[in-house]
Write a new protein. Structure first.
Length: 361
């Protein structure tokens, strides 16, 4: 029998979101029903609201969440009812050509729940990133619900489900930051600061934070940045070279995703250095670089998909780092709000006033 729940829905492009009752089905094969306890407010949700990702309205927003499994489908062995979980927007299928080649973090057929959640009139909802967690309850694929230590409160743990994992993984997995490396991170929002924290944990000897806002740069130092550069009045490429003996950084992470930041990142690398793009660009943006520079500078230009993570492997590790005092997830939480406060939270995010607003249910 379907469960009625309050949820945040974007009914049409660019319109303010609404808190509406929805219907969430009982879980079928391969599915789990999750009682959501907290969900972070991510830029991706705003992109859905504004129609920048697609036009499959109405959208059920929210994807960066933690909660408790309420029920599971008939064939689900893990997780179990009562398990405390963080939701992942990728769940490797195990059977696609990437999974079969031993690269499940690139899975080309990631699992989602197959039954739709709906409005009360039966209109199907499109869940953001296959999750839809600005809701009292949500239905996801079993592989999307990753069991973690319940000692981590949901407002902090849920952030691992998107922004923290994306940034941390961009440094540690995609960028391969190792002991003694120099790292530059462009953009010190939630994802950028997670990359800074990841690089620091991985043993980077110098982590340079770059942003236009002094307040964000102050926060970056608390996540492990050794140096900061305000690019509003300083050429960040020259600043990074100056801080690295004239060479450039071994790994540069672009957590903004704009042509100008990508170009800066390309040139602030050391020769044969790595540039990782984790900031999501607008679909209309383009980048132009001299082909001779692509050849002559060498190295690697990489895109980081969800921090190239394996949620069942990585989420418990990040929660453990948090509980051991190595990764300060609490510092990412700028405020806790209710479902009814989401439009105000979007406005604060647009203005750059918060690292993360978190909806607490």
């Amino acid at each position: 029998m379907p469960h009625e729940a309050r949820a945040v829905v974007a009914l049409k492009k660019g319109a303010p979101v609404e808190v509406l009752p929805i219907l969430v089905p009982d879980p079928g094969p391969g599915e789990v029903l999750v009682s959501v306890q907290a969900c972070g407010v991510c830029h991706t949700d705003l992109h859905y609201r504004d129609g920048a990702i697609g036009d499959a309205f109405p959208y059920l927003l929210g994807h960066e969440a933690a909660g408790v499994v309420e029920a599971v489908g008939p064939d689900v062995a893990e997780p179990a009812p009562g398990d405390y979980v963080v939701l992942a927007w990728r769940a490797p299928c195990g059977n696609c050509r990437s999974c079969r080649r031993g690269r499940p973090w690139y899975c080309f057929d990631s699992r989602n729940a197959t039954q739709p959640m709906t409005l009360l009139d039966g209109a199907p909802l499109t869940p953001a990133l296959g999750i839809g967690a600005f809701a009292e309850k949500t239905l996801v694929a079993a592989g999307q619900a990753v069991k973690v230590d319940p000692a981590a409160r949901p407002e902090a743990a849920g952030l691992i489900g998107c922004g923290v994992m994306a940034g941390y993984g961009a440094a540690v997995h995609t960028g391969g930051v190792g002991s003694g490396d120099t790292v530059a991170v462009i953009g010190c929002g939630g994802v950028g600061n997670a990359a800074i924290a990841g690089a620091s944990i991985a043993g980077a000897r110098r982590v340079i934070a770059i942003d236009l806002d002094d307040g964000k740069l102050d926060a970056a130092e608390r996540f492990g940045a050794t140096d900061t550069v305000n690019s509003r009045g300083t050429d960040p490429v020259e600043a990074v070279r100056s801080l690295t003996g004239g060479h450039g950084a071994d790994v540069v992470i672009d957590a903004v995703g704009r042509p100008e930041t990508y170009r800066q990142g390309f040139y602030m690398r050391d020769l044969a250095g790595t540039l990782v793009q984790v900031g999501v660009p607008d679909p209309e943006m383009k980048i132009e670089l001299p082909l001779i520079d692509l050849f002559a500078r060498g190295g690697a230009l990489k895109s980081s998909w969800y921090g190239d993570c394996l949620p069942r492997r990585d989420f418990p590790v990040l929660v453990d780092l948090f509980l051991r005092g190595k990764l300060d997830l609490e510092r990412f939480v700028s405020e806790t709000v209710t479902l009814d406060d989401l439009e105000a939270a979007f406005a604060k995010m647009r203005r750059g006033e918060v690292l993360r607003s978190v909806v607490s249910l």
